[in-house]
Design a protein around this ligand. Structure first.
Ligand SMILES: Nc1ncnc2c1ncn2[C@@H]1O[C@H](COP(=O)(O)OP(=O)(O)OP(=O)(O)O)[C@@H](O)[C@H]1O
Length: 251
């Protein structure tokens, strides 16, 4: 079966003024994702996790290597079309001065959907993510960072993308809301066959959620395994060691 998303020997180098090639951010990354997968990406700070999501959303272009959506190479797909199918929710989302209701409806208004469908979709996803009704008239200034994250995920889901990319979606949520979100996303992958690719530094939440995991360290993919094959204790230790090493380098 053709993978839904495939990266083949992808390299990403940062451009610098002094170096011709720049320094490596991601090196020789290859993996495949099937429809309905729940992929967790973990790794210490600075490992390259966000850069990988940016490549998959085409906010950045690989220095070399190829990315395919189903059978099509990324270069063959117009960016706007790609982003309707592959949607990224950044770590600190903005609602651009809109109320929550307006922000959730906006992507559907842009697509010219009838008012009734828009209302149905907005109600469906606010319910799924347990977004309280009284948030709908609030603007982002009246929401906490965690509440904004939930709204931004709902805003991405109303357009029903095939692949949802989430960068640390639980970083500002309390544990109860975070586990509910993991359950809602798991259900989404099962009912709609949506693929979810999530960067999450909270290993216990990644474990609760994923059916496959990538572990990235210093831009290299060190683990690409089914969740059932992972030695979680070993992984936790590797992650802690790598975090400590990174802290020492910075201090
Ligand atoms: N546009 C860029 N230009 C130059 N260097 C960059 C750029 N974006 C990221 N980097 C560097 O690439 C490396 C990986 O960054 P990235 O944000 O992808 O890591 P991360 O794993 O998401 O980290 P964190 O968990 O702290 O968010 C870092 O060393 C970062 O400084």
């Amino acid at each position: 079966m053709t993978p839904q998303l495939q990266l083949e020997q992808v390299n990403l180098y940062a451009k610098t003024k002094t170096q011709l090639q720049g320094y490596p951010i991601l090196q020789d990354i290859s993996f495949a994702v099937s429809a309905g997968d729940r992929l967790a990406i973990i790794g210490p700070s600075g490992a390259g996790k966000t850069s990988l999501l940016r490549l998959i959303n085409r906010l950045a272009e690989p220095t070399s290597g190829k990315i395919f959506l189903e059978n099509q190479e990324y270069h063959q797909i117009p960016v706007t079309q790609l982003r309707q199918v592959v949607t990224l929710v950044l770590q600190e989302p903005k609602l651009l001065g809109m109320t929550v209701q307006q922000a959730l409806a906006y992507p559907l208004v842009l697509r010219g959907l009838p008012k009734e469908t828009i209302q149905q979709r907005v109600s469906h996803w606010t319910e799924q993510l347990q977004i309280p009704h009284d948030w709908l008239e609030r603007t982002e200034l009246q929401l906490s960072v965690g509440q904004r994250q939930l709204v931004a995920i709902a805003r991405a889901l109303v357009i029903q993308p095939k692949i949802l990319l989430l960068d640390e979606p639980t970083s500002n949520l309390d544990i109860g809301i975070a586990s509910h979100l993991m359950q809602a996303l798991t259900q989404l992958t099962q009912t709609h066959q949506t693929t979810v690719v999530m960067v999450n530094s909270q290993l216990d939440l990644a474990k609760m959620f994923c059916n496959r995991l990538l572990y990235i360290h210093q831009g290299c993919l060190l683990v690409n395994q089914a969740a059932s094959e992972i030695d979680w204790i070993d992984l936790q230790q590797r992650l802690m060691q790598a975090e400590n090493q990174a802290n020492e380098e910075w201090n």
